[in-house]
Design a protein. Sequence first.
Length: 301
Amino acid sequence: MATATQERTEKIYAGGAWPFAALLLGNAALALGPWLVRLTDTGPVAAGFWRMALPLPLFAWLAWREIAKGEGAAPSARTGWILIAAGVFFAADLAAWHLGIELTKLGNATLFGNSGSLILMAWGLFALRRAPSRAEVLALGAALTGAAILLGRSLEVSTTTLLGDLLCVLAGAFYVLYLLPAQSARETMGQWSVLTLVCASAAPTLLVLAVLLGEPVLPGAAGWTPVLGLAVSSQVIGQGLLVYALKSFSPLVIGMALLTQPAIAALTGWLAFDELLGWPDIAGMALVAAALVIARAGAKD
């Protein structure tokens, strides 16, 4: 039987096949985000507003059903305010990332935009409050090696893309400040309740920023299809699956999972744009995948 001290110092995460699949599929959907942002002809921050605003009625309805069925508690006042703050950080993440996407290469945007994965992994090791296990050290080494290979293959830093790259790095830091409170809230709340409060906070923040930046808010010649595609793939599917999985895995595993996005972006570039995918890319993707398998297996021990 665990002691009170053990309970305070180390959380036990359930893991499971379905949450693990949700974690991977959610990141796969999110990896398409930079491409869809480029297809929209609203402003980049305005695209983030529509990503948050369009699914909000659906999320609110699903949250109401969730609470009515007893699948998650209604938020306390403290949790509600924490999630509203998390929504503001998510808005800052999207604003910085979408602006960065317009100013750098898609490969750079995906890699730097997921720089928060390194912060999450470091936080995950700190939160363990113990020496990492052999499996965790092995998984971390594989994840970082795979990410370094992908970084070296697709990264191109120049004075032309520097501002965009820095904005994407900043976005990665903001993303962590959204994910950690969302993960904490998932201990008592359902996924849709968490997403409803986050979107309700992020959407008006992004709209104000878009207006202040003088961006076009309504879609133009490209129409609503790219905007709807961004909202459905990145928010309904991507964030829906990711937030569902948050309570089942440690920040260390979540951080490793974020590294799958650059790998999926490289694969998308090969399939959709005939971009060269060499053996080093495949090796980097395989190492990230191996890291997740090792981390998940180690979590069961």
